[in-house]
Design a binder for this molecule. Structure first.
Ligand code: 13P
Ligand code: SF4
Length: 304
């Protein structure tokens, strides 16, 4: 069996040699989170990627996250330890479809969730993450907007901003969209004192049962501050590692053990080590696409 501690030490040594910063999303495997310099949500990690002095960014996450880091820091080398780690929701809209969506609704701004390709971001007015989607839409001051690709995040935004009409693309996250109200109710029957926290990628009828609807980092902050001792967590299971660290002694129940994003779990410690050793898995974005996407991504990073 590979010694996890030896791998952590090897990764730390290689990261120093390569002048690399290792970023890990909150859904990564526990041991990958533990080897990273920074663990966070899409917004927090984008901000770190934009501000880092390191020459190399190793992104333990999925492809659109590494791509966003490359857009924000085009002069840096961005490495994705597992090149097959994609996001099915990001694949639910192409740039051609986004252009047609806008053409069908002339004059409406297109707000695009960061879970999307660079090519879609390039034809977008402003991007958002789950942490700042409501603020981003509010900042536009528009009566009607287009939102892609997540219909559930779109519905969450619409519920928070009744004055705005949100025309949504029909995409979704398979991991969050599989959760039904019955699953949540079954868990609240078992743990009646637990707070229910859901991610806005969940269906509206699931979010309606929540005590709080939060991004992953929002959940980490919330559990530390809340008076509750128990939480039913309706998001990808990798977050439970961070939750237990954020609020030691409190209890967390994942609503459904099948809430696992297979793409997020493709990255292993060995792959992080190999990436640093071989400088493999470089993510590139064509210069014209990157330049066109930068404005919408920079606007995202500056809101909220
Ligand atoms: P956040 O960590 O930004 O809440 O995003 C969740 C997600 O599904 C990323 O793919
Ligand atoms: Fe994509 Fe959902 Fe996985 Fe996030 S959890 S990377 S939205 S499939």
């Amino acid at each position: 069996m590979t010694d996890v501690y030896a791998l952590h030490a090897e990764i730390a040594r290689l990261a120093k040699e390569r002048d690399a910063v290792i970023l890990a999303h909150n859904y990564q495997r526990a041991e990958v989170q533990d080897t990273a310099h920074h663990v966070g949500d899409s917004l927090g990690l984008s901000r770190i990627a934009a501000a880092t002095d390191a020459s190399v960014i190793v992104f333990a996450g999925v492809h659109f996250m590494a791509e966003t880091a490359k857009i924000l820091s085009p002069g840096k080398t961005v490495l994705l330890p597992e090149p097959r780690a994609g996001c099915p929701m990001a694949d639910m809209i192409t740039a051609e479809q986004a252009v047609a969506f806008k053409a069908a609704h002339p004059g409406l701004p297109l707000v695009t969730y960061v879970n999307s390709s660079a090519a879609v971001k390039a034809v977008t007015d402003i991007c958002c993450t789950s942490a700042n989607a409501v603020e981003v839409v509010r900042s536009l001051g528009a009566e009607r907007i287009l939102f892609a690709p997540d219909r559930n995040l779109a519905a969450w935004v619409a519920s928070q901003l009744p004055e705005v009409e949100v025309v949504a693309w029909d995409g979704y996250c398979p991991v969050h969209d599989m959760v039904t109200p019955a699953m949540v109710i079954e868990m609240t029957d078992i743990h009646p004192l637990a707070e229910v926290i859901t991610h806005p990628e969940c269906r509206p009828e699931v979010n309606a049962l929540a005590d709080a609807v939060l991004s992953t980092s929002g959940m980490l902050r919330h559990v530390a501050e809340s008076d509750a001792d128990e939480f039913i967590v309706v998001t990808e299971g990798g977050l439970l590692h961070g939750l237990s660290k954020a609020a030691p002694g409190k209890r967390f129940y994942n609503v459904e053990p099948k809430m696992v994003c297979p793409n997020m779990k493709l990255t292993t410690l060995e792959k992080v080590r190999d990436t640093l050793r071989d400088m493999s898995g470089e993510v590139t974005v064509p210069a014209d696409v990157s330049a066109a996407a930068l404005t919408s991504v920079e606007r995202m990073v500056s809101v909220g």
